[in-house]
Design a protein around this ligand. Structure first.
Ligand code: IPE
Ligand code: IPE
Ligand code: MG
Length: 253
């Protein structure tokens, strides 16, 4: 699906996605347990949610837990799930007050039952808010997503709801977790790593990337604004030439 920004030619990315990385290192630098970094990371989730909206972003996707993260030490995984539950409990009121729609991407049916219940309630109670959407990537992995989508698509073919002769990306992408969502315009990763770690591989096909050395707990609204300013300087060509996307001054189209 083409991005909002491609249609509206705006300097502000409509959909920003963030790989929130570096909580563990933030804690380690201070001689604190890793979970303390995650706790501070949750505070950054809060501030960033509202910072993005203030800056004109319409959709914010946060990579909160990957399918690979289950392989971390059990006490860390348990603590992360506990934090997620605490966060959802605490934020519901704020989402309603500030008109934030919540949605998720990922295999959420494998999350603890308590978390699933909170997610369902929160999504149900915020589904009518259309101005701004927070998307949490939970138990998310792009390869799992493609495998799940391929299975669902194959089942639809068998059921006669899809035709093998119409195998376009447009139709297939409806089976991804991101069905109905615009593609991310800008993907930010904190902590200095320059990798994608199984995040929105297909949807990010034409996203702009900004990598920052800041650790996630240290990321502020000013840093988000700086990433957006960097995005505004980029020329998105989608395979065309520079002349095609930026007609000469005075040229008529
Ligand atoms: C990101 O911080 C949060 C999650 C992946 C859940 P990390 O926990 O990966 O922090 P580092 O990379 O070890 O510093
Ligand atoms: C990516 O961070 C996943 C999330 C931010 C939830 P990781 O810390 O898990 O990624 P790697 O292991 O450095 O690639
Ligand atoms: Mg990490």
């Amino acid at each position: 699906m083409p991005s909002y920004a491609a249609h509206h030619k705006t300097a502000v990315p409509a959909h920003v996605a963030i790989i929130m990385d570096g909580n563990g290192r933030w804690a380690k630098q201070r001689g604190l347990p890793r979970i303390e970094g995650h706790r501070r990371g949750v505070e950054t989730v809060r501030t960033t949610t509202f910072a993005a909206r203030d800056l004109g972003v319409k959709m914010l996707t946060l990579y909160a837990f990957s399918v690979e993260n289950w392989k971390r030490p059990q006490d860390e995984v348990g603590a992360l799930m506990g934090l997620l539950e605490y966060y959802l409990k605490k934020e519901l009121e704020t989402f309603i007050r500030d008109r934030v729609q919540l949605r998720t991407i990922g295999r959420t049916d494998e999350l603890p039952a308590g978390v699933q219940k909170l997610l369902r309630t929160t999504m149900e109670e915020t589904r009518h808010f259309t101005d701004y959407t927070l998307v949490l990537a939970l138990n998310y992995g792009s390869r799992t997503e493609i495998a799940d989508a391929a299975r669902a698509y194959a089942a639809a073919v068998v059921a006669g709801r899809e035709q093998l002769t119409d195998g376009s990306w447009d139709r297939f992408s409806r089976y991804l977790y991101t069905a109905g969502m615009p593609d991310p315009d800008l993907i930010i990763r904190t902590s200095g790593e320059s990798r994608i770690s199984n995040f929105l591989l297909m949807q990010g096909a034409y996203a702009e990337f900004v990598f920052t050395p800041l650790l996630w707990p240290d990321f502020t609204k000013a840093d988000l604004a700086a990433a957006i300013a960097e995005f505004a300087k980029r020329e998105r060509r989608y395979g065309l030439t520079s002349e095609q996307v930026k007609p000469a001054p005075g040229a008529t189209q």
